[in-house]
Design a protein around this ligand. Structure first.
Ligand code: GLN
Length: 329
């Protein structure tokens, strides 16, 4: 039996616009308030963007608004160290296990001190930043990190200074994490420098359009469909996508995968990226988040599109994007 299912661009567009229409007025969730800047972002902003294989980017809503990338930056830096060190070294030095706990959990570090967790939670992300080359050189590391995000997104992110300041004066929990990791020999550069670079990468401003391009670059094996440039070796795509699938939505990741079937990574700034291998990269943005730190409207929108087009990655069908549905014979 033929298990290919053709999806036209028109069907995808219709689902995208309908997702926006349905959830635009939803008022559930609350802006993150443990970082003061985020509490004041307009809670009604909402945008959804999908980047396709040929580089076309479909958008609806506020897709040009720059918001804090926050934890979605962890994906970029994980890719960077995967590229610099190779997957086996990353498994040894950081790991790739889901913690099943909140993103800033200290308990997870205590429980897993012998076996590091994943670069997609705060602890592993601070470890990952500490590994970025050139080790010992804060400015050099920062340039490498920004360059990497630029290549993934297809254009430059911009530091939101106010967010960086706001986060730097309130990141006590992350400072505790950095020093605890130091005690377990899981920080590979200066802990304060690693914490600062981590905080700065979280404060980069990006748009939903840029993030959908980043998601698509992962979905298409490291090839950025917008710039038409290779950003990372194809073999790393399955590695980063596995990490995203197992922990990208923190303690709600299992429920998320069950319901929607798309590996996704959230940030407390309200962004979520979804990677549908070989099909598209999607990003949605809306500031109010749930208890795990995942944007409520972004989740609803991505879930709607996945269900509407029956795209769950484990459904046994192979979805294929086509220009137009051939006329029935
Ligand atoms: N900068 C935030 C923090 O470290 C990122 C958290 C997130 O987006 N889940 O707390």
């Amino acid at each position: 039996m033929d298990r290919d299912r053709r999806i036209t661009r028109e069907e995808l567009k219709a689902a995208l616009y309908e997702a926006y229409r349905r959830f635009k007025g939803n008022t559930s969730g609350k802006n993150a308030d443990y970082i003061p800047y985020l509490a004041n972002v307009d809670k009604d902003l909402f945008g959804i963007s999908i980047c396709l294989k040929d580089g076309e980017v479909l958008t609806v809503g506020d897709c040009n608004y720059r918001f804090g990338i926050e934890s979605i930056s962890k994906v970029a830096t994980a890719l960077l160290v995967l590229k610099e060190y190779g997957p086996e070294t990353i498994i040894d030095m950081i790991g790739a296990d889901a913690t099943g706990m909140p993103f800033n959990s200290i308990l997870a570090i205590l429980l897993e001190n012998e076996h590091p967790s994943t670069p997609l939670v705060n602890a592993g992300a601070i470890s990952a930043v500490s590994m970025v080359c050139p080790v010992g050189n804060s400015r050099g590391k920062w340039e490498t990190m920004v360059q990497n995000i630029t290549e993934l997104c297809g254009s430059e992110p911009q530091l939101i200074n106010e967010l960086y300041k706001s986060e730097s004066v309130s990141n006590h929990n992350n400072r505790a994490i950095a020093w605890l990791l130091k005690g377990y020999d899981r920080i590979y550069d200066d802990p304060e420098m690693s914490l600062d670079l981590y905080t700065r990468q979280c404060s980069l401003g990006v748009t939903a359009t840029q993030l959908s391009t980043m998601a698509a670059t992962i979905a298409f094996g490291g090839y950025n469909p917008v710039t038409k440039r290779r950003v990372f070796p194809a073999a790393l795509s399955e590695k980063i996508t596995s990490m995203i699938a197992s922990v990208g939505m923190y303690e709600y990741t299992g429920d998320w995968m069950f319901r929607t079937g798309i590996p996704a990574k959230s940030g407390v700034g309200g962004g979520i990226i979804g990677v549908l291998p070989g099909i598209f990269g999607i990003a949605a943005f809306a500031p109010p988040i749930d208890k795990a730190g995942n944007s409520v409207k972004a989740q609803l929108a991505i879930r709607y599109i996945m269900e509407e087009l029956r795209l769950h990655i484990f459904n046994g069908e192979r979805a294929v994007m086509v220009e137009h549905q051939p006329a029935p014979v």
